[in-house]
Design a protein around this ligand. Structure first.
Ligand code: NDP
Ligand code: 8X3
Length: 252
């Protein structure tokens, strides 16, 4: 039986790299994202290698998600994998300077969007049963606070706890759950975070030899290809250049 993976946010970064990695191994793909042109181009390219179905979707739109998933062709009745990847950070200013709309967008995308895809696709993962996987893309920001991480870090802490809780609820179904928590990785993530500011993007990665989306895709591919009795609960990875700094103390 062909394996099938549903990837949210496949138009760039980790999602696109995962789409390429799984296509290379012959998996069928359902790819989603808002940017239609990019999605269509990727689907057209990967269709030469494998079965691909593209869904132009905003994960925040619950109705659209319900309709699109209900309308999937019968080949996708059973899913081997769901990669909950779509997400973003907006800004890194201190909390008192932040725009509440940005906070709403992060919660709606990183928490509610992930909730929708998970709940709507659970029946298809359970129909597959043993060997199926949910791979949630969390972040080191869900574990370790840093100045300006506030709501972004909070959304990724949700991803961590939700992943652990799902494990409990899915016991007996054969469906596995993993929270992957990457550190600094070079992708459009930082362009989005800094409102398209190329200089801040460049400064973020300069001299750091950051992780690359292909590193994340390779790790995710490994997780989903573990023997069916093995559940990788969580997996944290960083570039060698990145580590923690100490507590900060404000003195009078
Ligand atoms: P990118 O910006 O390259 O990719 C983000 C993807 O999410 C795009 O495909 C984008 O597609 C999609 N997306 C964003 N908002 C929505 C939405 N409302 N509806 C549907 N799709 C959406 O960043 P990364 O690949 O780096 O990020 C992927 C995930 O990894 C995110 O969850 C991020 O938080 C997380 N992460 C990133 C790290 C990094 O350092 N880069 C480290 C740790 C975690 P489109 O715009 O077309 O909708
Ligand atoms: C993205 C990694 O360190 O910028 O989740 O928060 S970090």
């Amino acid at each position: 039986m062909t394996s099938t993976v549903f990837i949210t946010g496949a138009t760039s970064g980790f999602g696109e790299a995962c789409a390429r990695r799984f296509a290379q191994a012959g998996w069928s793909l359902v790819l989603t994202g808002r940017r239609e042109e990019r999605l269509n181009a990727l689907c057209a390219e990967l269709s030469k290698e494998t079965l691909v179905h593209g869904l132009v979707l905003d994960v925040r739109d619950r109705k659209a998600m319900e309709q699109a998933i209900a309308g999937l062709p019968p080949e996708f009745d059973k899913l081997t994998g769901l990669i909950n990847n779509a997400g973003l950070a907006l800004g890194a200013d201190p909390a008192p300077k932040c725009d509440l709309d940005d906070w709403d967008t992060m919660v709606d995308t990183n928490i509610k969007g992930l909730m929708y895809s998970t709940r709507l696709l659970l029946p298809r993962l359970i129909a597959h049963g043993r060997g199926a996987s949910i791979l949630n893309v969390g972040s080191v920001a869900g574990d370790y606070p840093y100045p300006g991480s506030h709501v972004y870090g909070g959304t990724k802490a949700f991803v961590k706890q939700f992943s652990l809780s799902l494990r409990c609820d899915l016991q007996g179904t054969g469906v596995r759950v993993t929270n992957i928590e990457p550190g600094l990785c070079e992708s459009e993530f930082s362009l989005v975070r800094f409102g398209g500011d190329q200089a801040r993007y460049d400064a973020t990665y300069a001299g750091a030899e950051p992780l690359q989306p292909q590193d994340i895709a390779e790790t995710i591919f490994w997780v989903l290809n573990q023997p069916p009795h093995v559940n990788i609960n969580s997996l944290e990875l960083m570039p060698v250049s990145q580590a923690w700094s100490g507590f900060s103390i404000h003195r009078k």
